[in-house]
Design a protein around this ligand. Structure first.
Ligand SMILES: [Zn+2]
Ligand SMILES: [Zn+2]
Length: 298
């Protein structure tokens, strides 16, 4: 069965027999020695002074020492690292609810801060955990990239969402029937496996209300977002201990580009290779409904 992903236009082949293929998804565990870890509080001299901090310096925003984009005459951009714990060994799944609240609040505060910079058209917040997800440091952190251009993927997404809304008089996300794809929910948020998931066991988290940017969340909603994010990561960890993953936050940045915001969690189970790179098509070996049922019951 081949499906077209609504938001990106990319094709995904559901190839259920592939799941039977023997695989070893866990090969290397990334561990940086504390002595060389720039994100440990005792090594804070290895990074810039924090541009933002909260929760008693547990969470700090610093400049990325090796930025993807450097501002010069032709380009403009910013690249920060959000260190979300002082503790080298701690992982999100061990954070308290209070810690999770400050994590989501720091993301809101940083988006507000970057919003003041009129040269930025788009801000991408993401987290790479583990070697398979592209991380180079084992100490928990996020990356925040501000760009002076809107990426093509976001342009495409905004266009299809606008088209959908014009045609249906309703937001695409508000209209999703996630009942069979539900992973977890609370009063404000829902986590589900989208029917057109490009990635095996992909989870999306979105607000139940039509909210277009994390900047608009109040404290109660930030708390609920922190709780559901942690819950989803615990479920993935129970599925495969110490699983690598990427988290991507899709939150409209400028008002004209806003849509129902969502967070995508992509477990890295080794499914990106030559076929995906050459065709731009994806292979998913688990039906999202089955993945959701498995994660819901874990
Ligand atoms: Zn560290
Ligand atoms: Zn909506």
């Amino acid at each position: 069965m081949i499906k077209k992903n609504f938001l990106t236009g990319e094709y995904v082949i559901f190839s259920l027999d592939r799941a039977k293929k023997p695989q070893n998804i866990k090969t290397n565990i990334l561990t940086t020695p504390i002595k060389f870890c720039p994100f440990c509080i005792e090594n804070k001299k290895m990074t810039s002074e924090p541009i933002y901090s909260c929760f008693n310096d547990e969470i700090r925003l610093v400049y990325n020492k090796y930025p993807i984009i450097v501002s010069n005459e032709e380009n403009y951009g910013v690249h920060y690292v959000l260190i979300d714990t002082k503790n080298h060994e701690k992982d999100i799944i061990n954070y308290t609810n209070e810690h999770m609240f400050y994590l989501t609040k720091s993301i809101k505060d940083i988006l507000n801060m970057l919003y003041e910079d009129e040269k930025l058209k788009y801000v991408q917040i993401f987290k790479n955990k583990g070697i398979n997800a592209g991380a180079s440091q084992s100490h928990s952190h996020w990356q925040i990239l501000g760009l002076s251009i809107l990426p093509n993927k976001q342009k495409y997404m905004i266009n299809v969402l606008k088209e959908y809304e014009d045609k249906n008089q309703k937001c695409y996300f508000c209209n999703i029937d996630y009942s069979e794809n539900l992973v977890s929910e609370n009063s404000e948020f829902v986590a589900f496996c989208p029917d057109d998931s490009l990635y095996c066991y992909e989870i999306n988290i979105m607000p139940k209300k039509h909210i277009t940017n994390i900047r608009y969340l109040d404290d109660y909603m930030l708390e609920q977002l922190g709780k559901i994010l942690k819950k989803c990561l615990i479920k993935l960890d129970l599925m495969y201990n110490n699983i690598d993953y990427n988290i991507c936050i899709y939150s409209g940045f400028r008002e004209e580009d806003e849509y129902h915001f969502f967070i995508q969690i992509i477990p890295r189970m080794g499914n990106l290779a030559g076929f995906e790179f050459s065709t731009g098509m994806f292979v998913n070996s688990t039906l999202p409904k089955d993945a959701a049922k498995f994660l819901r019951e874990i």
